[in-house]
Design a protein around this ligand. Structure first.
Ligand code: SF4
Length: 470
C-alpha cells in the first residue's frame, strides 16, 4: 500500500498513536457514518445513546494510554490534528460530569463513560490486537448502528471490511491502479528502480508523492517544512518544560535539566566526545516527555517512537557539517520511504510486533534519512536502515503501568543514537552488505508473530511486571 509522507508523519496528540490517536479517529469516523445514515434526523430524538468497548491491547493498556479520553473526545467531534491538547482534560471532565455528549449534527445523546465505555479484558478481537466497537442505540435501547474498528498502528484506523479488503489486495493490483512513477513495494525493487532511473530514494519518493497529492514539488516542500516545524516546536517545548509526568508513576521530566547541562558544557574543556549522544537523547526525550504529557507531537511513525526522527533531524540541522533545508527534506522523504516499506511488509505497531516495530522502525527510518542527507548512495541508505532495524530485532513492548514513559522516553534517545551510528557505518562502506533490508523486515514480522502477547503492549510482562517497590 502506498503511504504518503504525511501519513507516516502525522500531526497529532500524545501519548499513543495506536491507543490515543487511532481511537479518537475511529470515533470521529463513527460520527460521520451516523450522520450519513439516512434515517437520522438531527434533534428528532430517535438516536438516544452511544456506547463503546475496547478490546485486546486497547483494554489492557488503554487507561495508561488515555484511550478512554480519546474515545470521549472523538465522540464529541474532535480529531487528533485539531484538538488543543491543553483543553483535553477539561472536555473529558465535562462529559464525565454530565454523562451527556453533543456530537455536531447529532443532537444531545446519553453517554456515561463509567457505564457506556467498557474495557473488555477478554480475548482480543480476531482482526487485530487493537480492536474497538462503537455502538449507537435508539430510544428503545436497541442497537441502531454498530461498527468495529482496528487501530493498526501509527494512528491508522480501518474497519473490519477495510482490513479484509487490504488482506486480499495484491501489490500488483495496487501498483497498476495508482499509477505512481516509482511503485516500489520492497527494498529490492526500490534499489532496482533507483539503478534504472538514476534517481535517489528521496527523488523517487518525491515524484510518487507529487502524483499522489496532485501537487508540485514546491508545494510538497512547503508541507514537509510545516511538519518539521511542528517537530521542532515539540522539541523546544519539551526542553522548556519541567515537573512530573501524569499517570501516577511520578516520572520526572529530565530533558530540560540535561539540556541545560549540555549548554553549560558547550565551548568548555569539560565536554566528553560522547556528549553528542546526550544531545541526541535529549532531543528525543524532549519529544517523548511531551508525548507522555499528552502534548502536540508528530507520529514518526508512531507516537511512542515520535522522538527518534525529530532528534536525528535536529542533530543534522544543528550539529552536522554542511546541513541544509534541502537535506532536512531529504531525511523526511527517505525516512518515509523506509517507513512505508516496513508498514507494508511487516508492522509499525507495538501491539502487533513489539517495540522493534515502533522504535526499531523509527531508528531505521532516521538512519536512512540521515545517510541520504549526508550524501549516501541508495545502497548505503538501504544498508543504514538495515543496520538500525537489525539491532532492534526482538525488542519487546512492556511499558510500565501502560504509560508511554518507561522505557519509552529513554528508548527513543537510544533509537536516535543507533540511527546515527547506523548511518555513519553505512557511509563508511560501499553499500554492499550481507543481510538485505527486506530480509530484516521479514525477520521483524516473524519475530513479532512469535512474540508472546505479554510483550506486545499489554503490560502483562517484562519491565511492566518488575516495577520497583515505592
Ligand atoms: S515500549 Fe516501545 S512500543 Fe511499547 S509503548 Fe513504549 S515506545 Fe511504544
Amino acid at each position: 500500500m502506498f503511504l504518503s509522507v504525511f501519513e507516516i508523519f502525522k500531526i497529532g496528540v500524545g501519548p499513543s498513536s495506536s491507543h490515543t490517536m487511532g481511537p479518537m479517529t475511529a470515533a470521529a469516523r463513527f460520527l460521520n457514518d451516523l450522520r450519513g445514515a439516512a434515517e437520522i434526523i438531527p434533534g428528532a430524538g430517535r438516536l438516544t445513546r452511544l456506547g463503546a468497548s475496547l478490546h485486546g491491547s486497547l483494554a489492557f493498556t488503554g487507561k495508561g494510554h488515555a484511550t478512554d479520553r480519546a474515545v470521549i473526545l472523538g465522540l464529541i467531534g474532535y480529531e487528533p490534528a485539531t484538538l488543543d491538547p491543553d483543553k483535553a482534560e477539561e472536555l473529558e471532565a465535562e462529559v464525565r460530569r454530565t454523562k451527556r455528549i453533543s456530537p455536531p449534527g447529532l443532537g444531545t445523546l446519553d453517554f456515561d463513560p463509567e457505564a457506556d465505555l467498557v474495557f473488555d479484558y477478554g480475548p482480543p478481537m480476531p482482526g487485530h490486537a487493537n480492536g474497538l466497537v462503537l455502538r449507537a442505540f435508539d430510544e428503545g435501547g436497541n442497537p441502531y448502528m454498530t461498527q468495529t474498528y482496528y487501530s493498526v498502528g501509527g494512528g491508522f484506523v480501518v474497519t473490519e471490511a477495510e482490513l479484509e479488503a487490504a488482506k486480499s489486495r495484491t501489490l500488483h493490483a495496487e501498483k497498476a491502479a495508482m499509477g505512481y512513477p516509482y511503485p516500489f513495494g520492497s527494498a529490492a525493487e526500490m534499489l532496482e528502480m533507483g539503478r534504472t532511473s538514476g534517481k535517489s530514494i528521496a527523488e523517487m519518493k518525491r515524484a510518487n508523492e507529487c502524483v499522489h497529492q496532485k501537487i508540485q514539488p514546491r508545494e510538497l516542500s512547503g508541507q514537509i517544512t510545516r511538519i518539521c516545524d511542528v517537530m521542532n516546536d515539540c522539541i523546544d517545548r519539551g526542553l522548556r518544560m519541567e515537573g512530573i509526568l501524569p499517570g501516577g508513576l511520578s516520572v520526572k521530566r529530565r530533558a530540560r535539566a540535561i539540556h541545560e547541562q549540555l549548554l553549560a558544557e558547550s565551548g568548555t574543556n569539560q565536554r566528553q566526545p560522547h556528549a553528542v549522544n546526550d544531545w541526541l537523547s535529549v532531543y528525543a526525550m524532549a519529544v517523548n516527555e511531551e508525548n507522555a504529557a499528552g502534548g502536540r507531537v508528530v507520529t514518526s511513525p508512531t507516537n511512542g517512537a515520535a522522538g527518534v526522527v525529530p532528534s536525528v533531524i535536529r542533530y543534522y540541522r544543528d550539529h552536522c557539517i554542511g546541513a541544509t533545508q534541502e537535506g532536512v527534506e531529504t531525511i523526511m522523504l527517505a525516512a518515509s520511504a523506509i517507513g512505508g516499506l516496513i508498514k507494508h511488509r511487516a508492522s509499525i505497531s507495538g501491539a502487533e510486533c513489539g517495540c522493534q516495530a515502533e522504535v526499531g522502525s523509527a531508528s531505521a527510518m532516521a538512519a536512512a534519512g540521515l545517510c541520504a542527507a549526508l550524501g549516501g548512495s541508495n545502497e548505503q541508505i538501504e544498508n543504514a536502515a538495515e543496520i538500525a532495524l537489525e539491532h532492534h530485532l526482538g525488542m519487546t513492548c512492556d511499558p510500565a503501568a501502560g504509560l508511554v514513559q518507561v522505557p519509552c522516553i529513554e528508548r527513543n534517545g537510544l533509537g536516535a543514537i543507533k540511527a546515527v551510528s547506523a548511518a555513519s557505518l553505512a557511509l563508511r562502506g560501499d553499500g554492499t552488505h550481507f543481510m538485505p533490508l527486506d530480509n530484516c523486515i521479514e525477520t521483524m514480522r516473524q519475530t513479532g508473530e512469535d512474540m508472546n502477547t505479554k510483550y506486545k503492549e499489554t503490560s502483562l510482562g517484562g519491565l511492566a511486571v518488575n516495577l520497583p517497590e515505592c
